[in-house]
Design a protein around this ligand. Sequence first.
Ligand code: SF4
Length: 229
Amino acid sequence: MLDLETLNQRFETASPVEILGWAWETFGKKLAMVTSFQPTGIVALHMLRDIVPDLPVLTIDTGLLFSDTYALMDHITTEWNLNLIRVCPGQTPAQQAEIYGDDLWLRDPDLCCYLRKVIPLQEALNGYAAWITGLRRDQSEVRRTTPIVSWDLRHENVKVSPFATWTEEMVWAYLRAHQLPYNPLHDQHYASIGCQSCTRAIAPDEGLRAGRWSGTNKAECGIHLQTPR
Ligand code: SF4
């Protein structure tokens, strides 16, 4: 039984490398990383190369990602010899359109995310005792209180967010210092990158996740929410 309060106190000032090392020592083969190959995830993958290079790396492939995202994913997987597991929905976008109609993301993005992200990840994480995420407190109001280690009710396992205390600036400083690859869309003012249909570039005065589900009140796809969709 983990003492989450003590662990969170201890990790509040710990480095992500220390937290990742603890996660591997604690959960071993029952640990997975989940990433969408955004900057924080790439930093995590780079650190994990020295800790557990063959850690299962799960990525949700909705079939609706940007071509730049697919290219980056393929590049890093090959270069770093990642143990990548693509988590795919039960239906292709065309099959989904046959049942729910075209462009479900415009009419009911919660249902679309539930079908294409939430359910597939729930199934893929079955059997893992813990998962690593790239959540950071500076990303949005909703994420402002992100704990470093928590019990995940949705997945019934432990969620580890080693970068909760990091900032956007720290992530980019690490990426540049180590000359790591990143999605070229970031150079076109895309701050947070998800499915092509639900992502836009942001203005300088907008929040980091303002370009996701723009024009709706949706802030999260659902994999990090603790409630049914
Ligand atoms: S981000 Fe948009 S297109 Fe992707 S699964 Fe969610 S609603 Fe569907």
